[in-house]
Write a protein that binds this ligand. Structure first.
Ligand code: COA
Length: 397
């Protein structure tokens, strides 16, 4: 696509995504998200009928390593051209372009529907827990809130405070994207059309953390029962996490708090009655190994391992075959082609799912998605791939 296709691209997105956003709101998102993007379009008789965009950004992978990754987004096919292979063609082209350019070794995306992308080699690498918590829910008595105050600041002052805190957090947590100036502008982009009936975004800060949130009103005959909906809560110390959560839970007029966390979020152990928080597990970031050998040698491994993996990958045939993955004493790995017999066999999709250290290879093996040839090989690779902390992805794109 070129700049001349912008209006057609906006129209395609509005139609395919059943969007009610006005042009100006969507154009604002597009300008912030796609300024540096590689934009692929499919045209029929000069009409744009499909799109797939990708921006190079830095992603944290285990353990505390930042790697370049393709952030794939704005994927859509016109309703009258669906199920004729348009998306398949765009995915094939996007991945082969990336491979030939020798750029990022991994690609990542959020899926509108969970069934779409596994066929293209994307595995679900980050999951999240969406908690709905009873407002005023009490913490265990041992929980230390520290002495530092939580206060609210104006949105225009908030980013300067939040940015170093996010940087410190994201550098250590797999699944987090580094945020540029433009990414922060997108984070603070808050047009009325995107609020979904909730208030404008508010920012609560603490010396070691921050939270962005909105309120959704609900006034009932029994009194106010509003929901405090947290967009993002980041803390670099346990006391900051507890203090911010306490501030949000204790809002007057609220009946509920909604907040998302990683699968290792401390929510259930902070609360005196863990059942006051009910969590729903959903898929978050999907990872695709574009160049498997480069991707696997970019991250670190928790335990030593030396295995031969047989990979099938019809969409990216350069990844197919047998690869030896051997770790060194510092947790790095070399990954090279081998003629040795395979210890285990799987698809690129499954390795993508394990790439951020949150999905156990043993779980995928239990589902029959990994075949073990050498006893113990799956358990050994599974342990090596796990990260110290569960991956968490906050930036939705
Ligand atoms: C999702 C979408 C991009 C698919 O485009 P498409 O051109 O119809 O996809 P293709 O024809 O290349 O389909 C390839 C395969 O994926 C399957 N598939 C496509 N969309 C699917 C979906 N939403 N759910 C389940 N399977 C899907 C097709 O059935 C086909 O399977 P087959 O190879 O076994 O026949 C399109 O339906 C769309 O724009 N949807 C609305 C917006 C959206 O959700 N975009 C994705 C954002 S992450």
């Amino acid at each position: 696509m070129t700049e001349d296709d912008r209006a057609a691209h906006l129209g395609l997105m509005q139609t395919a995504f059943l969007s009610s956003d006005d042009d100006a709101t969507l154009r604002g998102s597009m300008d912030l998200q796609l300024a540096d993007a590689h934009r692929l379009g499919e045209f029929i008789d000069g009409e744009l009928v499909g799109s797939a965009c990708a921006t190079v950004r830095e992603l944290t992978v285990p353990e505390a390593v930042g790697v370049e990754a393709l952030a794939v987004s704005w994927v859509a096919v016109a309703p009258d051209q669906r199920r004729r292979g348009v998306l398949s063609g765009l995915m094939r082209r996007q991945l082969s372009d990336a491979h030939e350019a020798g750029g990022p070794a991994v690609a990542a995306l959020w899926a509108s529907e969970a069934a779409i992308y596994q066929r293209f080699g994307y595995g679900c690498a980050t999951t999240k827990v969406d908690y709905r918590v009873s407002a005023k829910a009490t913490f265990r008595p041992e929980i230390d809130l520290g002495d530092d105050r939580v206060r609210e600041v104006a949105p225009e002052d908030a980013v300067a405070i939040a940015r170093p805190l996010y940087d410190a957090y994201a550098a250590r947590r797999p699944g987090c994207w580094r945020r540029t100036d433009r990414d922060w502008r997108y984070r603070a982009y808050d047009p009325a059309g995107l609020r979904g009936g909730r208030t404008a975004q508010r920012w609560a800060v603490h010396p070691d953390g921050f939270a962005t949130f909105r309120a959704k009103h609900n006034w009932t005959e029994r009194g106010p029962d509003c929901t405090i909906a947290v967009d993002e809560l980041i803390a670099t110390t346990p006391a900051a996490h507890a203090a911010l959560l306490r501030y949000l839970l204790d809002m007057d007029l609220s009946g509920w708090l909604t907040v998302s966390g990683a699968t290792d979020d401390p929510m259930p152990v902070l609360l005196e009655n863990s059942r006051t928080a009910i969590g729903t597990l959903t898929d978050a970031l999907y990872i695709r190994l574009v160049d498997l050998d480069r991707a696997l040698s970019q991250r670190r491994y928790r335990t030593p391992v030396d295995v031969v993996i047989e990979i099938s990958d019809a969409l990216c045939p350069w990844n197919e075959g047998r690869w030896r993955l051997s770790t060194d004493e510092r947790g790095g790995a070399t990954v090279s082609r081998t003629g040795d017999p395979a210890d285990l066999a799987t698809r690129a999709t499954e390795l993508g799912a394990t790439y951020l250290g949150g999905t156990r290879l043993t779980t995928l093996a239990d589902a029959g998605l990994v075949t073990e040839h050498t006893p113990g090989a799956v358990a050994a690779l599974s342990a090596a791939l796990l990260s110290e902390r569960a991956p968490r992805t906050l930036d939705v794109f």
